[in-house]
Design a protein around this ligand. Sequence first.
Ligand code: BG6
Length: 478
Amino acid sequence: MKNTFPNHFLWGGAIAAHQAEGAWNVDGKGISVADVITAGSHQKNREITEGIISGKYYPNHEGIDLYHKYKEDISFFKEMGFNCLRTSIAWARIFPNGDEESPNEKGLLFYDNLFDELIANGITPIITLSHFEMPYHLVTEYGGWRNKKVIDFFVRYAETVLNRYKSKVKYWMTFNEINNIYGTENEFFSFVTGGLKYSEDENKKEVMFQSAMNQLVASARTVSIAKKINPEFEMGCMLAYVPVYPYSSKPDDVLLAQQEMQSRHFFLDVHCHGNIPNYIELSWERENITVDVSDEELRDLKNGTVDYIAISYYMSNTVTRETLNSETTSYQTSSVVVDNPHLLANEWGWQIDPVGLRYSLNELYNRYRKPIMIVENGLGAEDTVIPNEKIIDDYRIEYLANHITELKKAILIDGVDVLGYTTWGPIDIVSAGTGEMKKRYGFIYVDRDDQGNGSLSRSKKKSFDWYSNVIKTNGKDL
Ligand code: BG6
């Protein structure tokens, strides 16, 4: 059997502007939603403040200062053999408040320089238009994505950057982890994905669905505009793909798992098929939820379907209707989620499941028959630093090797069409969920701690050489 990945497979890493760039108020950048979230931890939620409050610590303000250090970082990526890098454009660098008529030239220039540097080093940029960093002004003035005006603001921003970088960037995706808006009880995800802060007296689910539909319409319009700007563009959507397993073989558990999956597939059904699935329309009817989607918007959804599906994959979830007495160690995304007794978890409770990646790729490919890109996968772990010695991160190597092995099976045995694989955080960056630095994913260590101390110097971990060799052998040596 063939033992390497397809020719031209995209190998690289993925970061997001707000977690890496820093320079939060430099060269005309506006405040983004990420700029008003303090540091937290596994035990303590990040706090979303009303504007920026002096004396509080906001780790995204400085990130890892990639804004000034990108040349050094790109030279590391080149040394590892990356042929692609996924990152995002910070919307608030281009339209500082989000509702201006014309863009901020200095912001545009930064991404010109960044993309030029990548291309000069043989690295294809893969760009997310919105990765948890909408302008904060759109939250305070318009209520975030619940407001249809935000569709027009986003499309103006998207059209601006698609035009500007039309000869530099081919692969785009619209909204990062668009489905993370779904859980209305999760304040962090509601805020970073939708700019949403719910009041107690509103129907949260209705607001969530309205915001989600507004984003899906904005995404579809962006895809249609993109194709006019450059028919060669590859336009994708992006989902947090956490497959859901039944805890037992009881039919009720199996059905529950399938229903839980609908909260993910809803977004993909719209992105890929261009219409709202029956199970969602029926749930709106049943639950008296009114969502305003005009005929024109429905037409736009139909015309703006995506070319490929991008996913993040970190873990699986397991659900049951039964009440279990076991102590929960897993990451709770819903009240029916329980520990899978067959899996171990990382220190943040994310249950590690390489086979789940193969399972997910098959599910997605059978359902949509579109090429897939894995644009996030990795292990958040605390590294032990011994002065003047290389960090030995065998746990990270093991996690990635096991996942890439399953990815290889999905491609070579199951025939899934996978375009590329970018590990999350090839260089240590600020954790989105907790704001910590100690939740590290990188092959490159960054000297910075959870309080913002450290020289920001970069150094290679053991996994650096390992991943370089994976790329060099096109996935043969793992
Ligand atoms: C995804 C996000 O949710 O997971 C990233 O797209 C994020 O922005 C990544 O960093 C890992 O999560 P965390 O909380 O460990 O940073």
